[in-house]
Ligand binder design. Sequence first.
Ligand SMILES: *[C@@H]1O[C@H](CO)[C@@H](O)[C@H](O)[C@H]1NC(C)=O
Ligand SMILES: *[C@@H]1O[C@H](CO)[C@@H](O)[C@H](O)[C@H]1NC(C)=O
Ligand SMILES: *[C@@H]1O[C@H](CO)[C@@H](O)[C@H](O)[C@H]1NC(C)=O
Ligand SMILES: *[C@@H]1O[C@H](CO)[C@@H](O)[C@H](O)[C@H]1NC(C)=O
Ligand SMILES: *[C@@H]1O[C@H](CO)[C@@H](O)[C@H](O)[C@H]1NC(C)=O
Ligand SMILES: *[C@@H]1O[C@H](CO)[C@@H](O)[C@H](O)[C@H]1NC(C)=O
Ligand SMILES: *[C@@H]1O[C@H](CO)[C@@H](O)[C@H](O)[C@H]1NC(C)=O
Length: 223
Amino acid sequence: MVTWRCVIGAATIAFFSLAITIPVVSAAAPPPVNKNHTVGEAAGWFFNTSSNAASANYSDWAASQNFYLGDFLIFKTNTNSSVVQTNNETTYNLCDASSDDGNQTFLWGSDGGDSNSSSPTPQVVEIPLVYEGSNYFFSDTMEGAQCQKGMKFGINVVHGNGLPPAFNQPPPAPYTTPPPPMTTGGGGGPSQDQSSPKNGVEGMQGGMVWTCLVLLSLGLMAV
Ligand SMILES: *[C@@H]1O[C@H](CO)[C@@H](O)[C@H](O)[C@H]1NC(C)=O
Ligand SMILES: *[C@@H]1O[C@H](CO)[C@@H](O)[C@H](O)[C@H]1NC(C)=O
Ligand SMILES: *[C@@H]1O[C@H](CO)[C@@H](O)[C@H](O)[C@H]1NC(C)=O
Ligand SMILES: *[C@@H]1O[C@H](CO)[C@@H](O)[C@H](O)[C@H]1NC(C)=O
Ligand SMILES: *[C@@H]1O[C@H](CO)[C@@H](O)[C@H](O)[C@H]1NC(C)=O
Ligand SMILES: *[C@@H]1O[C@H](CO)[C@@H](O)[C@H](O)[C@H]1NC(C)=O
Ligand SMILES: *[C@@H]1O[C@H](CO)[C@@H](O)[C@H](O)[C@H]1NC(C)=O
């Protein structure tokens, strides 16, 4: 009798520990690797002046991707277009960064004021995805004309494994510093009108974000 109780008890324990162990093992699957999404793929983030249209169908492109916290959007563009990020859907629908009187709208890189230059400077704008949920992006160059002609898209950023350790703070105060454009290639230095943020738009500069994130993570490691 005692032996049977023992066997049944052991089997029960084994059963429950298996039942408990299996989900724990599957929950501890390796984290998805964060991805860099090149906006528009090979077409980049440009306005095609010959066709007077966006160079790609950016909403279709966005719909083809899955976005997780900690991923990057890579905008391969030039100073004839801007990259505005907002969480304010009204601002997005208006194609007007300066319409947002809140703190949810940011200008990255150039302000797109180079539209009359015959050869706009190439630039690459790299944006880490740190807001879960709806994020909107558009070019508000030429009073929103580029946005109205399709240089706009919305994405839904899902949690995944959450922000990587280096991202574990939402964007802090340094974003309010007036940004020089984040420029790769082209060789030309920032021009005057690129370095001043628009009214109502808080400028962000990638290098500064990284410096801040690195300092934050160093601080955390030191604790
Ligand atoms: C994604 O872009 C960021 C920012 O430029 C870079 O630090 C990172 O190495 C890139 N990751 C991959 C997988 O290319
Ligand atoms: C711009 O549009 C014109 C006319 O539709 C097309 O021929 C050309 O290939 C486009 N340029 C780029 C870079 O997509
Ligand atoms: C969103 O933007 C609209 C105008 O574009 C503005 O009226 C509204 O106050 C903004 N909302 C927030 C929460 O900032
Ligand atoms: C934006 O403003 C709201 C209220 O006005 C505040 O709760 C929130 O923390 C602010 N966000 C940032 C990133 O400053
Ligand atoms: C810049 O874009 C505008 C449209 O927003 C266009 O009219 C202009 O020709 C473009 N300039 C260059 C140099 O591509
Ligand atoms: C571009 O040139 C046109 C005509 O010369 C002018 O009306 C417009 O204000 C200029 N735009 C910029 C951004 O300098
Ligand atoms: C992009 O393509 C979709 C259909 O796939 C279409 O409904 C939409 O109007 C297109 N957007 C632009 C800006 O052409």
